[in-house]
Design a protein. Structure first.
Length: 258
């Protein structure tokens, strides 16, 4: 347990070596097998987001709503307080990809590599809303837009992340402080998450793929891999791909440092 203000945050670190891999999003249990696999090559850390999965988080609850800036500040405090040595390779899944981008922009000297695992692009929600406004009937779009901008009740969504504000924060940070040169891997899903007959699945997936390509373009010589047999939950469905890409970025980061 690591003290952050008046709360405790649960942190799990294993292995030895540099750079240190830090997973972003979810619980230590979500990364358990992947973390154990990577611990033979370097130091690896994961932590329980305070409100993730409601009562299943070993970290004490944080005030809500929360933003990417709150998550990044908290993680930086946890790593500093625990004396976890940098530099870090940040491996962020879903919204964790957004947090990883913000962290790398805010603390550039601390981050030496990124692995974005179906990571959320800073423009995703704005561009998805613009696309759906063209494709959906007006009443359906109005309901969709309202839902996208409204926090669900805490019982349903215990994390209470204000994603609109979070994306604004990340866009502003990257505009002011673009990523420094570092190895980057972008791992994307290949199986659509939506499969409703009344939903523009092809267009929705094409936008996601385009945004994943744009994430890869943040760094020259980045790697883009599509998990053709996985939906959004790549760490669960294809942990081998996650291990392979994190390993590749760790080794590339070591080469760059030498």
């Amino acid at each position: 347990m690591i003290r952050v203000g008046d709360r405790n945050v649960f942190l799990r670190c294993t292995g030895h070596g540099s750079p240190t891999v830090v997973f972003q999003l979810g619980q230590t249990t979500d990364w358990y097998a992947i973390q154990n696999s990577l611990s033979s090559i370097t130091r690896v850390c994961s932590y329980d987001l305070p409100n993730a999965n409601g009562p299943f988080s070993r970290s004490e609850p944080a005030p809500t709503p929360r933003t990417a800036a709150d998550v990044v500040t908290e993680l930086h405090t946890v790593l500093t307080t625990a004396g976890v040595p940098g530099p870090y390779v940040l491996a962020g899944f879903s919204n964790g990809g957004l947090y990883s981008l913000l962290y790398a922009s805010r603390y550039p000297s601390d981050v030496t590599g990124l692995v974005l695992i179906d990571g959320v692009h800073p423009d995703y929600y704005a561009r998805r809303l613009a696309l759906m406004e063209q494709l959906l009937p007006p009443d359906v779009y109005a309901a969709f837009a309202h839902e996208a901008a409204t926090l669900l009740p805490r019982l349903i969504d215990p994390e209470q992340i204000d994603i609109v504000t979070s994306q604004t924060q990340t866009r502003a940070a990257l505009a002011a402080h673009p990523l420094r040169r570092m190895p980057l891997a972008v791992l994307s899903h290949g199986v659509p998450g939506e499969n409703r007959p009344d939903w523009p699945v092809a267009e929705d997936e094409a936008l996601w793929a385009q945004l994943q390509t744009e994430l890869a373009a943040l760094e020259p010589h980045s790697t883009r891999v599509v998990a053709a047999d996985s939906d959004h939950n790549i760490p669960l469905n294809r942990p081998d791909l996650v291990v392979a890409q994190v390993t590749r970025v760790v080794r590339a980061a070591r080469t760059a440092e030498n």
